[in-house]
Design a protein around this ligand. Sequence first.
Ligand SMILES: *[C@@H]1O[C@H](CO)[C@@H](O)[C@H](O)[C@H]1NC(C)=O
Ligand SMILES: *[C@@H]1O[C@H](CO)[C@@H](O)[C@H](O)[C@H]1NC(C)=O
Ligand SMILES: *[C@@H]1O[C@H](CO)[C@@H](O)[C@H](O)[C@H]1NC(C)=O
Ligand SMILES: *[C@@H]1O[C@H](CO)[C@@H](O)[C@H](O)[C@H]1NC(C)=O
Length: 352
Amino acid sequence: MSTYNVLQFLLALYCCFRIIICQQFHENFIRPDFCTDKVLTSLESYLTFEAGSAIQCAAICSLDENCLSVSFKLKEGKCFLNFGLLADDCGNGVTLADSVYYKKGNAVKTCMNNGTLINNDCVCYGGYVGTYCERLMTDCSEGYREMYRTNGLYEILPIGATQSFTVTCILRYGPGRTVILRHFQPRHKMNRTWAEYQDGFDLGITGRWIGLEKLYWLSRSKTLDFNIALEKTKSPFVSVKIVYENFEIGNSSTNYQLLSAQLNRARSEINVTDCLSSLIGSSFSSYDMDNNPVQGLGCPAQYGGGWWYNGACAQCNPTGNLHQSGGARTGVDDEVFWEPFDWTPLGINIWL
Ligand SMILES: *[C@@H]1O[C@H](CO)[C@@H](O)[C@H](O)[C@H]1NC(C)=O
Ligand SMILES: *[C@@H]1O[C@H](CO)[C@@H](O)[C@H](O)[C@H]1NC(C)=O
Ligand SMILES: *[C@@H]1O[C@H](CO)[C@@H](O)[C@H](O)[C@H]1NC(C)=O
Ligand SMILES: *[C@@H]1O[C@H](CO)[C@@H](O)[C@H](O)[C@H]1NC(C)=O
C-alpha cells in the first residue's frame, strides 16, 4: 500500500465509523481568506495527491500530527499536505491560482463520554480511553497504561467481545489487574451454583468471582497472564505468586473448557505442581453441574467450589473454604490448597 492508500484507508475508517471524531477534526481547520491562491513552497509540501474535496484533504492532514496545513487546488482536486504554515500575512506564500489554504487551528478538542479537557488532553472516566475517550479499555491493564489509578468497577470491552461489561480493576499499582477471584474471608463460601459461576458473584471486596462468560471473553486474546497469589501470613502480609501464560477457555457451548494454560516457573515465586496443565481439555464444574469426564466422583461438592476437574479432581483447590488460621495443614479436600504445599493459604487472589 502506498502512503496515500494507507491514509485513505485510515480516513475511510475514521469517517465511516467515527463520524464524530471526523467532525471534530474538521472544526479545527481554519481558512484565512486572504491566503486564497497562495501555497507553501514545494519543499514544505510533503505529500501531494488527488482528493475529492478540500475537506477530505484536511481530514487526511488531521490524521498526521506533522501535517500543519493543507492547500487544495480546486479544479484539479489536488491536495498538498504541508509541514509548515503560511505566515500570518501569507507573505511567504507562492502564488497558485485556483487554490485554497487551510491551517490547523488551536485545538478545540471535544472529549467524548464525559471526558474532561485538561491542558488539551482528554481525561477519561469509567473505563473510556483514547485521545477523545472514544472507546472502552480492553482490560484493566490498558486502563493502567491510560493513567487510571483508582481501584473499582470499570466498564471494559475486550477485543472481539460483542458487548461491554463491568469488572473489578486493581489500578493502584501496575500493571493493572482484572480481578477473577478474591477470597479472603473464611465465612464466605465459594460452593455455589453453576448460574453463579457463569454470571459471577460479589460478596464485597473480600469475595468475588468474575463469572465464566466474562472470563471467556477476556481470555480469548491469550495475551493476559493468569496470576494466582496465595496468602501465606497476615502480618506481615506475605503472599506467593504463580504465573500461567497463554490462558484461554472455551465458550458456554463447551462449558468453558480449559483450552490453554502454561505455567511459567521462572516468573512464579514458588515451585508448585502444574495444576492446570493436567486439567486442559476439561470443562468447568460446580456442584449442580458436574462436567468431570469421570462420572460420579462429585469433585465440586467434595472440594466445596467450582473449578475445572478431571478424573481425580485436581491438584489444587482455589475455590475451597478458607481455614481461619491457615498454616501447616494438609489433606483437607474442601479447603483451599495447591500441591505440594504443606500449608493452607489464608486467602487467594486470581487476576488476569
Ligand atoms: C455522562 O454523564 C451523564 C450525566 O451525568 C450520564 O447520564 C451518562 O450516563 C454519562 N455517560 C457516560 C458514558 O458515562
Ligand atoms: C461457541 O463457539 C463456537 C465456535 O466458535 C460457536 O460455533 C458457538 O456458536 C459458540 N457458542 C456460543 C454459545 O456462543
Ligand atoms: C520443584 O519441585 C519438583 C518436585 O518436587 C522438583 O523435582 C524440582 O527439582 C523443583 N524445582 C526447583 C527449581 O526447585
Ligand atoms: C457444597 O454444596 C453442596 C450442595 O449444597 C453440598 O452437597 C456439598 O456438601 C457442599 N460441599 C461442601 C464442601 O460444603
